[in-house]
Design a protein around this ligand. Sequence first.
Ligand code: 3EB
Length: 297
Amino acid sequence: MRPDGIDIALGLEPMEIPEGTEVAPELWYAAGAVRTEQVDELMLAQAGDRLVGCWYRPHGADEDPEAITEEAYRAILEACRDRGFGHLVRAWNYFPAINQSVDGQERYRSFCAGRARVFEALPDFERDLPAATAIGTHVDGMLIYFIATRETTLRIENPRQVSAFRYPRQYGPRSPSFARARMSQDEGGAAELFISGTASIVGHESRHPGDLEAQIDESLRNIGVLLEAASEEGSVALRDPGDLSMLKVYLRHRADGARAWGHLRQCLGEDVDILMLHGDICRSELLVEIEGLYRQG
Ligand code: 3EB
């Protein structure tokens, strides 16, 4: 029997590698009863100490995403707060044509401006920013899905990277509102580490334009350093990205799939689950982005 819950269709094509293999869905499950609701553009599922939700609205690649993003985040934060889940721990942002410009501004930057307008109005906002991913799809629609918790979680930043919320203005009028990672404990006490989309960025600058393998190496190095920071601050002992429970890899070019897969397996071994998706990274020179999840036990 299918368990209670909500289905979220990401609008991102999975890459079947090796070709013909079945791609397993990403599953978020909870012990106990799940309560689901649909409120306007929000689909919500809560169970115990977690709320998972999805906000969706049709949205074309020729529209400016700023206002719709602001509206989305206002609705999301309000719905979470109203239900007692005042802490956003993880958010995924998917919308079309992320590197294209509308009215002279790249759509990713407009998205960041709309999101920042909501988060930067909150008291001490930097401390509470969620871990996040922002990826360009090849279908219309603004889709934001998220996880919120009742209790606050620990924010982890990456000593190798400038915090995204402090990026200099050259990357857009408002900095991206996200933390490099957040760590929480579930009801059973198991640690969970949510790692944001991580790319070949050192300091605040992109590295290795055009070089897929080098971008993968740099992204994995960033995740490795982040894991060291997480292990120092919290109750996990993680040495390298191969120790994670799962990685989600976004590739700009479908044709890079087999090469990326081979290189990732070479670097990471066979233990970690890898889900590879076809999507655009928010800086046009970047070919790959990697996010991760660790769940104890
Ligand atoms: C970066 O480090 C790469 O805007 O929510 C990664 C994860 C990136 C999340 C976001 C952007 C976002 O800046 C891009």
